[in-house]
Design a protein around this ligand. Structure first.
Ligand code: HEM
Length: 399
């Protein structure tokens, strides 16, 4: 991330996408890639259509994504299609409850977060490593329960598998060491699953009946990956609040301070600017037409959402931190901005992830202000394209 930032990769890829859009007047552009042809969508009407199409037709298990994810979650919902995918998605929906206003276990999870966050504010400096360790404990308690709170070994295996997965596109499958780690992690998860308390994600999965090949316990690999992302989301949100003292003051001035509705908007804005998934990649499972042009099954379709949701031609003040936009009605489902995607492939953990990130921020801000941070951000200039979370240092002051 640091290397890409230093090389200005984000600037030139945005410039390339903008040039393609201008040159072809916003029409979809077909590019050749190592894994076959890829249709790149750059017009909001096409993006809306992308979200509206059923995942049986426009499937999530694109070749490169599957190569990467199959190392760490070969039985995950993203790595499958057709009936099996529908069953795995149904299990994820049961566990993560995306259609409810709040996750059924959110009171338990809020208590876990409050207990773990006491160690975040022990001094004036909040380095990313401490935030990350805290979030990893929160993840283990949410997924496994207190029985797994101290299991750093399991976490090390899962993180090592993610690093190996990053090479998935150029390697043929997992290495023998990767296979051993995956097997060890799976065995450990099954042991926890037997005693998982009812409110935990594994507890909820065990209480849901499903076919054996759905692999309820195997879905936990993705839950770990997704919940761990909260550390980077919180670090970026707090860093931007350090650069926007008026926004932070408004959060503190609420009667029920900190104002979690405003904080939630700040988390969403940080996700718009620095999405966890900057490229939404799909694969056509049937021959189809797009804007009247036929494309065969196997063609990849890409929405560079990280570029689009920051582009000032589509989103006013695209590269500025303006969280108020998320307080306007309907923004959560605005297809121009999609930190959780939309439609059938929308993240089923959106409520849970948002709640967790907002609560961690709220715990830090309960008795503290973020007075500074590194890298220093200029609130009057477009924000940098990349913000390497592991390099973020925050400075706190008690009220
Ligand atoms: C914390 C912030 C999170 C963000 C920004 C986020 C973002 C996303 C996005 C953009 C997708 C769609 C990916 C694609 O189309 O390629 C996705 C899918 C998914 N997310 Fe999240 N996610 C978050 C948290 C979570 C959490 C907490 C969980 C579960 C514990 C979760 C579970 C999933 C699953 C299972 C999928 C696959 C859905 C499918 O294929 O139908 N996510 N997420």
């Amino acid at each position: 991330m640091a290397l890409l930032g230093a090389a200005g990769q984000f600037r030139w890829s945005a410039a390339t996408l903008r040039a393609l859009r201008n040159r072809y007047d916003g029409a979809p552009v077909l590019l050749s890639g190592a894994s076959g042809d890829m249709l790149v969508l750059l017009d909001p009407a096409d993006v809306r259509e992308f979200f509206a199409r059923p995942v049986r037709e426009l499937a999530l298990d694109a070749v490169d994504k599957t190569k990467m994810l199959s190392v760490l979650e070969p039985t995950g919902v993203v790595c499958s299609h057709g009936d099996l995918r529908q069953q795995r998605r149904a299990l994820n929906d049961q566990v993560l409850a995306p259609h409810e206003d709040a996750h059924p276990s959110c009171d338990t999870f809020r208590t876990v977060i409050a207990e773990e966050c006491t160690r975040l504010t022990t001094g004036p400096a909040l380095p990313f490593a401490r935030l990350q360790r805290t979030v990893e404990r929160i993840t283990r308690r949410i997924v496994l329960g207190d029985q797994g709170a101290g299991d750093e070994e399991l976490h090390r295996w899962l993180v090592a598998l993610r690093k190996e997965g990053n090479w998935g596109a150029v390697r043929r499958g997992p290495t023998p060491a990767g296979r051993r780690m995956y097997a060890a992690a799976t065995t450990r998860l099954h042991v926890y699953a037997e005693h998982a308390p009812a409110p935990t994600l594994l507890g909820r999965a065990m209480a849901t009946s499903c076919e054996e090949d759905v692999d309820a316990v195997g879905q936990a690999h993705h839950w770990f990956l997704a919940l761990d992302a909260v550390a980077a989301i919180v670090a970026r949100t707090l860093l931007m609040l350090a650069a926007h003292p008026a926004e932070q003051a408004a959060i503190h001035e609420a009667a029920q301070a900190p104002d979690t509705t405003r904080l939630r908007a700040c988390v969403l804005e940080s996700l718009r600017l620095y999405p966890v998934v900057p490229d939404l990649l799909r694969i056509l499972r049937t021959d189809t037409t797009w804007r009247g042009v036929p494309y065969p099954a196997g063609t990849h379709v890409l929405v560079p959402i990280g570029f689009l949701q920051r582009d000032s031609d589509l989103v006013p003040g695209g590269s500025l931190f303006a969280p108020g936009r998320w307080l306007e009605e309907g923004t959560d489902h605005d297809p121009r901005m999609a930190p959780f995607s939309h439609g059938e492939g929308r993240c089923p953990g959106d409520r849970l992830g948002l709640m967790a990130a907002t609560e961690v921020c709220a715990q830090v801000l309960r008795e503290h202000r973020v007075t500074g941070g590194r890298p220093r951000l200029d609130p009057h200039r477009p924000l940098p394209g990349a913000l390497n979370a592991s390099g973020i240092q925050l400075t706190l002051a008690r009220f």
